[in-house]
Ligand binder design. Structure first.
Ligand SMILES: Cc1cc2nc3c(=O)[nH]c(=O)nc-3n(C[C@H](O)[C@H](O)[C@H](O)COP(=O)(O)OP(=O)(O)OC[C@H]3O[C@@H](n4cnc5c(N)ncnc54)[C@H](O)[C@@H]3O)c2cc1C
Length: 460
């Protein structure tokens, strides 16, 4: 990053120069320049996978940039923490599959070890049914999802409909509808009553994996990938630097963070739309863009990891995967890194997460382990560690796997945001043409945004 000078500082330095000797002047300039006057070509806000991916593209092209991150770490909704046993676990984004090419390539080039998610044995449905019945209900719920996705998002017949309003009159058995609700509220972390049908269809059509998205996880944690990417950026990455205001001025932008300000030719806001809508733009963004940013709401999820001394479920011929229809949006699966670390992950999504976040620690533990015991039998309450991360109302990412549009009429919102307000552009996983709400989507979104910026900086 090159260091330039801001307008106010130029004046201060010139008047000081009259009295100071050369050495004093250099010291004074040094102090003032350090404090306030950075200048770069591109300022990126947010070091989740979108911001990191954009930074890498710009770096490869030799572009000068600075990446501002509010937290003390990179990764955003990808995060790791230490459980009570001192083991590093993914408390945010974790899973990936062969059908996610960018993320798979990153895992390979960074030399990470993939763990195949254990899926041998029976999966359990709750309320409990026989294995055949569970399969039947699952397939019935999948066929509702396929039927939904066969509708064109722009079909005038579904204008104004939420997913709940569409589902209600469908001619499916009650348990299939309940399983569908649970699947959608679990995967999108939002109540069906709030989700516009066209938006869910449009979103779901971009999630194109044929193998399970739970196929693998990274032994070293997904967060370690973000750390590796950050390691390449040196002092162009600024942690603990939340950006508060973005001044839009002719020929560039001026960003003010708690650590100082910077001028840049272009700004890329690599944050979820809901968080972006909270930034202070001066002058304000065009009304249509403000409106487009304001129609999103973050999902809600609590991610829990329960560690056991033995994988008791495997001994019973169970995979450890549990799908609850009641309560909806509760899901568990095996995340044992190896035989020495038996563990289950439990996801609590959507309205259920909003209810359960009100529970105290002990009550949440009791609630979850009682349900695991109903599903997997004895052994479920005999855990050696119970760690959880509440992602509802997260201070910097909002929550959930992604933000979703909650205004049934906001069909243009995404395109308006993607067009940006040059020289300010926006990118995030939820705005990706593939895998919105996933790490893969974030990598793709960051790359596309960087390419747009490169073509603006170097017009052919
Ligand atoms: C519990 C959980 C489980 C998930 N599981 C999976 C999974 O298994 N597989 C998968 O592919 N995806 C998963 N996801 C989704 C995936 O993690 C996200 O979709 C993706 O990481 C989003 O990346 P992003 O860069 O677009 O946004 P973010 O990761 O949210 O990055 C935005 C960044 O902007 C920063 N920021 C915010 N405000 C400011 C500011 N004012 N100034 C500076 N910086 C700011 C934030 O701190 C953050 O680092 C999961 C998410 C969660 C929460």
């Amino acid at each position: 990053m090159s260091i330039g000078r801001g307008d106010d500082l130029d004046r201060t330095v010139v008047s000081g120069a009259q009295a100071a000797d050369d050495r004093g002047l250099r010291e004074l300039q040094g102090r003032l320049l350090k404090r306030q006057t950075a200048r770069t070509d591109v300022a990126i806000v947010g070091a989740g996978f979108t911001g990191l991916s954009a930074a890498h593209e710009l770096s490869k092209a030799g572009i000068d940039f600075a990446l501002f991150e509010a937290r003390h770490r990179v990764g955003g909704r990808v995060e790791s923490k230490w459980n009570g046993l001192g083991e590093r676990i993914d408390s945010g984004g974790q899973f990936l599959c062969e059908d996610m090419p960018e993320l798979m390539a990153l895992v390979r080039t960074r030399g990470k070890t993939l763990v195949e998610t254990y899926a041998k044995g029976e999966f359990v449905a709750q309320p409990l049914t026989g294995a055949k019945e569970a399969e039947r209900i699952y397939h019935a719920s999948r066929s509702i999802r396929d039927r939904m996705n066969a509708i064109a998002p722009g079909d005038p017949a579904i204008a104004g409909l939420t997913v709940a309003a569409w589902l209600d009159p469908q001619n499916d058995p009650g348990e299939a509808k309940a399983a569908f609700r649970s699947m959608i509220e679990g995967l999108w972390c939002q109540a069906l009553e709030k989700l516009p049908l066209w938006h869910l269809i449009d979103n779901d059509r971009r999630i194109t994996n044929e193998v399970s998205e739970l196929q693998y996880f990274v032994h070293e944690t997904m967060q370690s990938l973000a750390d590796d990417l950050a390691g390449d950026l040196g002092d162009r990455l600024r942690l603990n630097a939340p950006v508060r205001t973005i001044g839009r001025r002719p020929g560039g932008v001026r960003l003010a963070s708690t650590t100082g300000s910077i001028t840049a030719r272009i700004a890329l806001i690599a944050m979820p739309p809901m968080m972006t809508s909270k930034l202070d733009f001066a002058p304000p963004l065009p009304a249509a863009l403000q409106k487009a940013l304001g129609v999103w709401q973050s999902g809600a999820v609590i991610k829990i990891q329960v560690r056991y001394a033995t994988a008791f479920w495997r001994a019973k011929g169970l995979s450890g995967m549990v799908m609850w229809r009641d309560p909806p949006a509760l899901f568990a699966c095996d995340v044992s890194k190896d035989c020495g670390h038996p563990a289950l992950v439990v996801f609590v999504g959507g309205p259920l997460a909003l209810r359960w976040r009100e529970l105290r620690d002990a009550a949440l533990r009791a609630e979850v382990t009682a349900r695991l015991q109903q599903a997997l039998g004895t052994g479920a309450d005999d855990f050696i560690d119970f760690s959880y991360r509440d992602w509802t109302d997260d201070r910097w990412s909002g929550g959930g796997y992604g933000d979703l549009i909650i205004d049934t009429s906001a069909t243009e919102a995404e395109q308006i945001i993607l067009a940006g307000a040059p020289p300010v552009y926006f990118a995030s996983s939820e705005l990706s043409p593939s895998f919105p709400g996933y790490v893969e989507g974030a990598i793709v979104a960051g790359r596309i945004a960087a390419q747009k910026i490169l073509s603006e900086l170097n017009p052919q």
